[in-house]
Design a protein around this ligand. Structure first.
Ligand code: BG6
Length: 491
């Protein structure tokens, strides 16, 4: 039996046999069912262009679920309940035929129609037109769209305008799965529920901020898509800028979607453009060559399957960003993200300034500042590095830097930290937009990214090589070292 907070809905998934649906969305929907968060009468209609029947679709989806869900979480009752909610329909998304059948299916209930477009963004408009023409769109209809929303300001504007022809902004849920990660949610709680941090959260007390999103994986068969995008468009335009916004934004007046998104937009507007004259000190592009990860040799980017051997697409970027406002003037935000790094690691490090007058051993002065480490993955948690006295008579007043630690899985004994897609689908079903991205956020982010890309083009800035399994080109270390600093794991 479902718990009382659940809402009945008719959930329609376009692209149900695609990688995203099979790898992320069905496992997330299954976990919601297992946690009894899906209303008993919820229906899930899987739409795909392939000629398969419902039984074959379910069998395939169950097999893929087994790869993603650990055995102890696959209890037969939940699986049975889940698949009894799932139906399959073949649909050619861009042809009007078939949408009448969708409309007829929908007419069976009064539940709101929730649509997930797990399809290439170029066809969002075509799907919207067919939904509209067949009378499927009502005031209560909501729709999730996936990134990338375009590859530039102009193309994102076009996609957003097409969507706006069929849906009001309050019906649109643009997903950035980083906003569904448990620690990202906790960042909001940490910042706005603890006055302790708010008083310190500005240029007076913070010297700089680091954001690292490192991946071990390479291109994973996505060369065609990735090579047109590159790491700046694929990761910085969305995930890293969203993290930057959550760190840098002013406290919203409440937790409503628009209050939070208004504050994030102010940060994006205040980002200082990285123009060609300052590009050298503010930006590094990299591309991996063959190397070693976990003792295994891996090919370089240009040797991956389907690679265009002459590509100059970046698989790594490091950026020194600056925010032009009272709170952050003079505080660099160093961001770095890359493929084929030594570990999968996403973390934010807030470096506080040292105390104004230092009275301990001069040789320890370099450790005398606090750091707040917010780890998104792996081992989600928050730790505050504080200075205490080293224990023992012989130690005198020697200092020791140690963590005040909060590991979410240990502290709350929850056993399982929900995947980002679970959280986002759950918020979508409840009709809460605060973890989704508004049109102006996407467009302001593109505006900043576009001027970086046109700067590269103007300067002919080719990516620097780095070996797979390293932390990126040496110029990334040099970029931060020029300011007398180093990346956290290099200390
Ligand atoms: C996606 C990017 O948005 O995020 C991928 O398109 C990337 O290239 C992925 O690998 C990383 O997500 P996560 O949650 O594994 O850090």
């Amino acid at each position: 039996m479902s718990i009382s907070t659940t809402t009945q809905c008719d959930f329609v998934l376009f692209g149900a046999l695609g990688d995203l649906a099979q790898r992320k969305l069905f496992p997330a929907l299954y976990q919601l069912e297992r946690s009894e968060l899906l209303h008993d009468d919820t229906r899930i209609l899987a739409l795909a262009r392939q000629e398969v029947d419902e039984a074959a679709f379910k069998a395939e989806t169950l097999e893929r679920l087994k790869d993603r869900i650990p055995e102890e979480q696959r209890d037969p009752d939940s699986i049975k309940r889940f698949f009894s909610k799932v139906e399959f329909m073949r649909l050619d998304f861009l042809s009007p035929e078939g949408y009448d059948q969708l409309k007829a299916w929908k007419s069976d209930t009064d539940a709101p129609l929730l649509i997930y477009m797990a399809t290439p963004p170029l066809i969002y408009g075509g799907i919207g037109a067919n939904l509209k023409a067949s009378g499927c769109i009502e005031r209560s209809t909501r729709v999730v769209v996936e990134k990338p929303i375009g590859h530039s300001l102009e193309s994102s504007h076009e996609i957003n305008s097409q969507l706006a022809e069929y849906f009001d902004e309050s019906q649109l849920y643009r997903i950035d799965h980083y906003l569904g990660k448990e620690t990202v949610q906790n960042l909001i709680a940490l910042r706005f529920a603890n006055n302790l941090f708010e008083t310190q959260w500005n240029q007076k007390y913070i010297s700089h901020v680091e954001i690292t999103v490192a991946e071990k994986v390479g291109i994973e068969g996505r060369w065609g898509y990735f090579d047109k995008a590159g790491q700046l468009r694929d990761m910085v335009q969305n995930h890293l800028l969203q993290l930057l916004c959550l760190i840098a934004m002013d406290p919203p007046s409440d937790l409503s979607a628009d209050s939070i998104r208004d504050e994030k937009v102010k940060v994006l507007k205040a980002l200082k453009p990285i123009t060609p004259d300052v590009m050298e000190g503010h930006m590094v592009r990299g591309q991996y060559t063959a190397g070693n990860i976990d003792g295994k040799s891996v090919p370089g980017y240009l040797e991956e399957e389907d690679a265009n051997r002459g590509s100059s697409t970046e698989t790594f970027v490091a950026i020194k960003a600056e925010i032009c406002n009272w709170r952050w003037a003079g505080v660099p935000f160093y961001m770095r993200t890359g493929k084929r790094m030594p570990e999968k690691l996403s973390e934010i490090i807030i470096h506080f300034k040292p105390a104004p007058h230092y009275i301990f051993d001069p040789d320890q002065k370099h450790i005398a500042n606090n750091k707040l480490i917010i780890r998104l993955q792996p081992d989600e948690g928050i730790s505050l590095q504080v200075l205490t006295k080293d224990q023992g008579l012989d130690k005198g007043m020697r200092l020791r830097q140690g963590p005040l630690q909060l590991s979410f899985s240990e502290a709350f004994n929850t056993g399982r930290v929900p995947d980002a897609y679970e959280r986002l689908l759950w918020e979508f079903i409840k009709g809460n937009q605060y973890l989704f991205v508004r049109r102006d956020e996407v467009e302001w982010a593109w505006k900043w990214i576009d001027q970086i890309i046109s700067g590269w083009e103007e300067l002919g800035l080719a990516p620097k090589k780095y070996s797979a399994g390293s932390w990126g080109p040496v110029s990334s270390i040099a970029m931060i070292a020029r300011d007398g600093r180093s990346w956290y794991e290099d200390v």
